[in-house]
Design a protein around this ligand. Sequence first.
Ligand SMILES: Cc1ncc(COP(=O)(O)O)c(C=O)c1O
Length: 362
Amino acid sequence: MTEIYNFSAGPAVLPKEVLQKAADELLNYNGSGMSVMEMSHRSADFKNIIDSAESNLRQIMGIPENYKVLFLQGGASLQFAMIPLNLMNKNKKADYVHTGQWSKKAIAEAKKFGDVNIVASSEGDNYTNIPKLDPAIFSEDADYFYIVSNNTIYGTTYNDLPDTGNVPLVADMSSNILSEPIDVSKFGVIFAGAQKNIGPAGVTIVIIREDLVGNAVDNIPTMLNYKTHADAGSMFNTPPCYSIYMAGLVFAWIKQKGGLAQVKKINEVKANMLYDYLDNSKLFSSPVQKENRSLMNIPFVTGNEEIDAKFIKEASARGLKTLKGHRTVGGMRASIYNAMPIEGVKALVEFMKEFEKEVGNA
Ligand SMILES: Cc1ncc(COP(=O)(O)O)c(C=O)c1O
């Protein structure tokens, strides 16, 4: 098979070594004669898989003791409802920063359960930046403060986290979790769908400070209550076993690569390579404000839809796959998650240079 590079925003590229290990163990995990897919979630082998996945995640992210790690289902989208159902419990109000489609969906869901105060929005700038935040207008009595830490569709990310004082900061980290070290203690809740930097779709990781568990609204469905899953060690019902197994392999891979500090260095090399080229190109450009540029998702445009379509088609023929921008914004987008090798970004930039020459000479 010829080498391809997959720039999909998610489900996305996974480390080759991880896929190879999963293939080696597919039919017979640890001498059990069974696949992980066939195994009871109550078995000793699976208990070991989930325990070591959690322990490795705690180690690489430096998750403090007073935080629970939950392996849930329903995708990041279910968290849009679980967050208000579990946290909007005192004053029934929350602050949200609106930075794109994922915050829009989260805001719409939260509005069903209480008052939502939009403290800032980048909608007027087509979400090409993270809006300036003025702490003077944050609600002191909000039950939580909500951000999307990396906006997958627009390629924006926070330079500085908002200082929310005693109000718990909640972050949808679906597209930049594990891309660099973070201080977990600054957050009340972090959640992320798996299908970018964690593993295959099917598991959603929630990291939640213990004091925020157990205060859900009355009549909350059992499965939507964080306490249900925290008390049962994510085993209240059958968890997404295979996705957890794969996530565990990815956590072990990150550890073996030297942890998140090392991962960040490589991510910066990759992203800078592409941004440097974009900033010097006469054909392509980045629509995103410099200080808010994501390390993970890099949209770019030529300003001409026909040229964009030609580029995407020719890139695909060269093995540079899934470069089409989100259907709502057009242009191109290269998602360069942890598992994208430096060679993939080099190949992309080389092709962009060639294409620029070709179009310039046409
Ligand atoms: C930032 C962000 N939040 C939420 C979602 C929705 O995730 P899911 O499909 O797991 O519900 C996505 C999906 O791409 C995303 O990028």
